[in-house]
Design a protein around this ligand. Sequence first.
Ligand SMILES: Cc1cc2nc3c(=O)[nH]c(=O)nc-3n(C[C@H](O)[C@H](O)[C@H](O)COP(=O)(O)OP(=O)(O)OC[C@H]3O[C@@H](n4cnc5c(N)ncnc54)[C@H](O)[C@@H]3O)c2cc1C
Length: 452
Amino acid sequence: MTRALIDELSRTVGYDRLVTDPDQLLAYGYDATMGYRGDPGVVLLATTETDVSQALKIALAHGIPCVPRGGATSLSAAVIPPSGSLVIDTNQMQRIKHFDIDRRHATVEPGVVTRDFRAYAAHRGLLYAPDPSSEATATIGGNVATNAGGPYAYKYGVTRDAVIELRVVTPATGTIELSRGRDDVAIDIIIGSEGTLGVVTEIGLQLRAMPTSRAVRAASFPNGPEALRTVAAIINQGVVPAKLEFLDDVTIESLERARPWGFPRHAGGLLLAELDGEKSEVAAATAQIDAILQTSGGDVATVSPDQAEQWWDARRGITASLALIRPAKIGEDICVPRSQLAPTFEKIKAAASTAEVIVAIFGHAADGTLHPNLLYDPADKAEAQRATNLLVDVAEAGLAAGGILSGEHGLGRVKRPFVKRAYDPNTLETMRRIKKAFDPDGLMNPGAMWPD
Ligand SMILES: Cc1cc2nc3c(=O)[nH]c(=O)nc-3n(C[C@H](O)[C@H](O)[C@H](O)COP(=O)(O)OP(=O)(O)OC[C@H]3O[C@@H](n4cnc5c(N)ncnc54)[C@H](O)[C@@H]3O)c2cc1C
């Protein structure tokens, strides 16, 4: 079947747009999630929406599953192609088609790299807020498909809050064009659907004015729960930080092993807060947050702009630094009500201690997101198994706290086994019917998100 598919794709989109060499295909079997491998039959390097719609039509006629792929930074194994499938790689669809400074509006193709676009906008005095820590390689298309967030999410929202238009090629009806105000429900269904409803081919984005002033504070606490209780206090007292990141002692240790960044190694828990806006607004918010941090027992330090840049870089590199503690990890991603951050942290650390697994916990704490990373050595089969088992405890701890399965990484294959626990059967059936309306034969990214 793959041969017939490749022949027809060659005739339609051109052989030079296809990857068929088994050695090259190997690379398309992986994303950033450890322990998962797929086996695609062919990859389309799409350059236009026409490429996408023609290839999709052909693959669907052959009954071949299709997997859209951006930067492949998924941490939920959302880009693991089933055997013999067609991967639709949108990385080469990289044009910024339109940028209107006055209206603060841009239209981009899905393969535009998030950091490149944020820099492009910043150069023109505007802020594109969604800032996943993977921004150096993740794409706007992938961000839409996962509704990516980042440190800015609490104040400025996630990708959903920036998207105002979408073009999507769907199996059921071909290309659809959606606008906010007119098609809000459809836009919100597509965002976060992890390539299971169609391929996003164009995105209209709302930008913001760039804040003119910022200040950064670091507060060390004796332990993680005290830091996390302070997060709730900060938000409850009305401070709106641009960023409020939490790092536990294991995370700090891994960062300092990677490079002497100057993080306080003695801290059991660290909060990094950034306040931004107009100068007077920042001064007032900084005074307020300093008072709360000190009252809560934090050891507060002002972070210089240079050091802040370095520390935000370090923060984006945590995934790599954790390898200095253990070579492999299961990167979890839960989101709980802020009042539950500290108890959930304690529950996960207790379960990890019983299981004898090292867990590093960090996250965009202001919006309730925690990333418990379960660290293990693949050469130690028993430890690897204990870490795998612990994944269940972490997911359950999030749900028991009134949280959700994923704060930002999505469900993919990693969280798929837990979906039936998170949704009642009627809700799930309703969602399945919506999925069927877009993808009647269930050929879009099968294996991701949707339980059997
Ligand atoms: C070091 C690191 C840090 C990270 N930090 C964050 C973070 O702070 N916040 C966060 O939210 N995530 C984070 N992630 C996870 C990941 O980067 C995000 O999920 C990101 O949005 C994925 O973008 P991508 O382009 O790599 O998409 P991919 O990984 O290629 O794909 C992700 C999903 O999107 C679908 N998809 C991709 N392109 C399209 C398209 N054009 N049309 C339809 N579906 C498509 C895929 O099928 C898949 O289901 C991090 C990952 C890493 C490795």
